[in-house]
Design a protein around this ligand. Sequence first.
Ligand SMILES: Cc1cc2nc3c(=O)[nH]c(=O)nc-3n(C[C@H](O)[C@H](O)[C@H](O)COP(=O)(O)OP(=O)(O)OC[C@H]3O[C@@H](n4cnc5c(N)ncnc54)[C@H](O)[C@@H]3O)c2cc1C
Length: 335
Amino acid sequence: MAHTLLLLFVICGLTSTVGPTVEPDEMLLQPAGEGQLSLDPSEVAAAAVDFGGVARAEPLAVMRPGGAGDVAHLVRAAYRSARWFPVSARGHGHSTNGQALASGGVVVQMSRGRIAPRPMPAYSPSTGEYYVDVWGGDLWVDVLNWTLANGGLAPKSWTDYLYLSVGGTLSNAGVSGQAFHHGPQISNVYELDVVTGKGELTTCSEEQNSELFHGVLGGLGQFGIITRARIALETAPHRVRWIRVLYSDFAAFTRDQELLVSLHGAHRSERFDYVEGFVIVDEGLINNWRSSFFSPKNPVKMSSVHANAGLLYCLEMTKNYDDSAADSIDEVGLR
Ligand SMILES: Cc1cc2nc3c(=O)[nH]c(=O)nc-3n(C[C@H](O)[C@H](O)[C@H](O)COP(=O)(O)OP(=O)(O)OC[C@H]3O[C@@H](n4cnc5c(N)ncnc54)[C@H](O)[C@@H]3O)c2cc1C
């Protein structure tokens, strides 16, 4: 039991719910590699708050790892220390409930580390698919720019917002409009390197250490720290047709969305590549339907749709195509 508690604390940083922390020995925590341990008040203050600005917990120190070895060294030190302390991975700090905080412990700033250059995207003859190995703290926007520049490739599954880290979204699910077809981001990973609660750097996949693999994916950062992820890629589209349809009738909106997502197994020519639905709220000002998805020129048109209780519903779809299909894209039909 004591062991279990220790393991939990090493990774999850739920200190406040169980007991007081004791300051870890700073020397013990110094990275073995090229990383840096910082006690700088401004860095500590930045790691003490999350995106929502509601949850706050001050760590003792912040580590900017130089690689997986530094993360393993730190977690091992925490695991072996007689005086336990929490260690928490922080990607881009965009969770809103204090998930990446570590009161009195060490926050590992995964997206601020000094990491070796990314490998090039590669092709796997066994799966017939492309993939890329990325650092757990890489932001998805940087992964996209890298794979686009090196082979015209792109990850298959996304979040809407790309300034989130690979480890941060793989610890949740990573959902966007491609999920109906490809599954969430956690379903588009071939292999991980994970620093476990004992500080062991372990490679895992469907075939190798599969319990760890499935525990870490969607594991809310509780089963280990992802230092490398092998991400599934596909050829990036040359062009995208972006379509938005407004509804005032919720039943009609959900009926159409369910039809579109039910086509997930259909041939690419017979389905959309991205489908999302969202609600738009009238904030009470005349002609002021606010949404980041619509330009300021749109309010008048949107007000002409009869809304119930100040609500409209929007289906957003995209269709990928290449230059050769530019003349026929508007004629593509769904069966
Ligand atoms: C503006 C905004 C837009 C968003 N859009 C979407 C969206 O479109 N789709 C979607 O699915 N989600 C979305 N989210 C939610 C977001 O995916 C999660 O909050 C995600 O955890 C944030 O990633 P992060 O890199 O900021 O992680 P953090 O907030 O830094 O960490 C989140 C959790 O992951 C753990 N963690 C971080 N790095 C690692 C690692 N390397 N290994 C193991 N655990 C780790 C942390 O300890 C913590 O528990 C959005 C959030 C915001 C604020």
